[in-house]
Ligand binder design. Structure first.
Ligand code: VG1
Ligand code: CO
Length: 562
């Protein structure tokens, strides 16, 4: 295949954040070198043709605008840089968990995922790209730093000249130069579904779906999980197509914000609320753009991600065959995630790890066999079946818990999500938790706010009597010894509350300040009746005052509360 070499120049700001490189789509559209510069830098950072030659690459994405154009460019660059085969999802669609699963299964060198996850899409929205390595795990800091360095020195990139675009709209194999380079377009769901069948008891799940006193709704938010949900919930488990909302992927996600939380998935929350919908189903769930996040709802109840991972860990060995065989080895949560999981770990006698925000920090622990369930407060939950968070997996985990609890219950005696949640609180106590996001604030203002808090952690800036301690979070990876500093400020109050402040690493404009609140209460009789907002009120105002939020960033209220 003829290779064309293009001259180029470094472009500033091609850094990788918490999860890939994300930019305004318009930045990519207006500069045709933007994407090739980054991809060539990636291929060079991986070691160039001597490492890539003869290898396989997985390619997919969340279906957003610009992905199809990007996929054609990446196919040409993969061929020019020595790859022998690219396995790509039909229409360039593959969820993040599906890519993570395919990489080791197909012995690929790695995978490229075209996604900005839950960020809105379209010409006015965001675009993003991330690279996962041979185990299926997101690239670690050492690699993303190396890619960035290459972007700042790049002077040329290479594309193979195929002539016309490759047809990605139907499954099949296109072969070039007598098979020296092959593009294999696959059904995006098949391999992932086969994997899930080996983890869960699909017969038990089908029985649950068939109950007359059970029904579910899944909201794919017009992003990548639509086809997965139709096939897995709709057909395989027999829930029917009407159980899946917004299943058709759209390049602009239907104008929505595919972030499954109480603010952006409000329609689904309403559909599960019996005071607004008399036919509210027993179970509801949603995923984000690239299918790695999940929101779990029961009739009239929201399961916070911190409770969700704790409950999944609690039930895993008895409700999910994968863990019945392996047992629970250990668990982990990201630092801002509330501590419900800790109490389950203690009860089960397994270790608990506590990591910075971002899935990549869990993956070394999994490879070392130290954990097999983990989660983040940002609606990410998964296990060591892959090296990413997995939205559909989390939904099946919850359905498995429901199937387990209801395995011999008569019709009409259905054990609900709410009852499972209450039983958990009664046993372990309740970890009240809440997050405020202030999106797209002025970056310099947000930095100053954080600097002031760092001053408190360093003992330079004084703070109120009610505060017990202010500290900065630094993580030393127990497997490879690498250190991640500057991972957020933790505030502990004298009443036992905890507040975490950090800046987001996934935005594309200005800064997003995230504030996480947590207050634990031991089991008590009136626990179920407590209102989250009432319980958290004092802690929230104490923290907002301490950090002088309104003053520093000039915002009266957050843009997201979840
Ligand atoms: C956010 C979440 C984090 C998550 C990351 C990627 O990062 O807080 O928990 O791992 O998004 O999720 P940040 O830096 O904006 O807080 V996804 O679904 O974009 O792959
Ligand atoms: Co995501």
């Amino acid at each position: 295949i003829p290779v064309l070499v293009y001259k180029t120049e470094p472009i500033s700001g091609q850094t990788t954040g918490t999860s890939g490189m994300r930019k305004k789509t318009s930045v990519l559209v207006s500069n045709p070198s933007f994407l090739p510069n980054w991809v060539q830098s990636l291929f060079d950072a991986l070691g160039g043709p001597s490492v890539l030659s003869g290898r396989t690459l997985i390619l997919g994405g969340d279906g957003r605008f610009y992905n199809k154009t990007a996929a054609q460019t990446i196919l040409r660059m993969a061929a020019a840089n020595g790859f022998a085969r690219v396995i790509v999802g039909r229409n360039a669609l593959l969820t993040t968990p599906a890519v993570s699963a395919l990489i080791p299964a197909r012995e690929a060198l790695g995978g490229i995922i075209l996604t900005a996850s839950h960020n809105p899409a379209g010409l006015d929205g965001d675009w993003g790209i991330k690279y996962n390595t041979g185990s299926g795990a997101p690239a670690l800091q050492a690699l993303t730093d190396a890619i960035y360095e290459k972007t700042q020195k790049i002077f040329e990139y290479k594309l193979a000249d195929f002539g016309a675009d490759i047809d990605l709209s139907s499954e099949g194999i296109t072969s070039f130069a007598e098979g020296k380079f092959v593009v294999e377009v696959i059904n995006p769901v098949d391999h992932y579904l086969t994997m899930l069948r080996s983890i869960f008891d699909f017969d038990a799940l089908r029985e649950l779906m068939a109950r007359p006193d059970f029904s579910m709704l899944f909201d794919a938010m017009h992003a990548s999980t639509g086809e997965y949900a139709r096939v897995i919930f709709g057909i395989e488990l027999g829930a029917g197509f009407r159980a899946v909302l917004n299943a058709d992927p759209k390049e602009d996600f239907g104008g929505g914000h595919p972030d499954p939380n109480l603010t952006y998935a409000a329609d689904l929350v309403d559909a599960l609320d019996p005071t607004k919908n008399a036919d509210a189903p027993q179970f509801g769930a949603a995923s984000d753009g690239d299918g790695d996040r999940n929101m779990i709802l029961g009739r009239g109840v929201f399961v916070s991600p911190a409770d969700s991972v704790a409950i999944i860990a609690d039930y895993a060995s008895k409700a999910i065959p994968y863990f019945g065989k392996k047992g629970l080895k250990g668990v982990a949560r990201s630092m801002p995630t509330a501590s419900a999981l800790d109490r389950v770990a203690e009860e089960k006698g397994v270790p608990l790890f506590y990591t910075p925000t971002g899935w990549k920090y869990f993956t070394n622990l999994m490879d070392a066999g130290k954990i097999n369930i983990c989660g983040e407060e940002s609606f990410g939950t998964s296990s060591d079946h892959i090296r990413e968070k997995d939205g559909v997996w989390a939904v099946l985990a919850w359905l498995s818990i429901l199937a387990f609890e209801n395995r011999d219950k008569e019709v009409g005696q259905f054990v609900t999500v709410q009852e499972i949640l209450l039983a958990h609180w009664r046993k372990y106590g309740r970890t009240f938790n809440l997050r405020y996001d202030y999106e797209a604030v002025d970056a310099a203002d947000a930095e100053l706010l954080m600097l002031n808090l760092k001053g408190m952690a360093a003992g330079i800036v004084p703070y109120a009597e009610e505060i017990r301690r202010v500290l900065e979070f630094e993580y030393k990876d127990p497997v490879d010894g690498s250190v991640a500093s500057n991972q957020g400020i933790i505030v502990q109050t004298r009443t036992g509350g905890r507040v975490v402040f950090r800046l987001s690493g996934t935005g594309s404009e200005g800064a997003t300040l995230r504030i996480y609140f947590e207050l634990y209460e031991a089991p008590s009789a009136d626990m179920p009746n407590k209102d989250l907002n009432v319980v958290m009120k004092d802690l929230v105002s104490l923290a907002l005052d301490l950090a002088r939020v309104e003053e520093f960033i000039d915002r009266k209220a957050p843009t997201v509360i979840t």
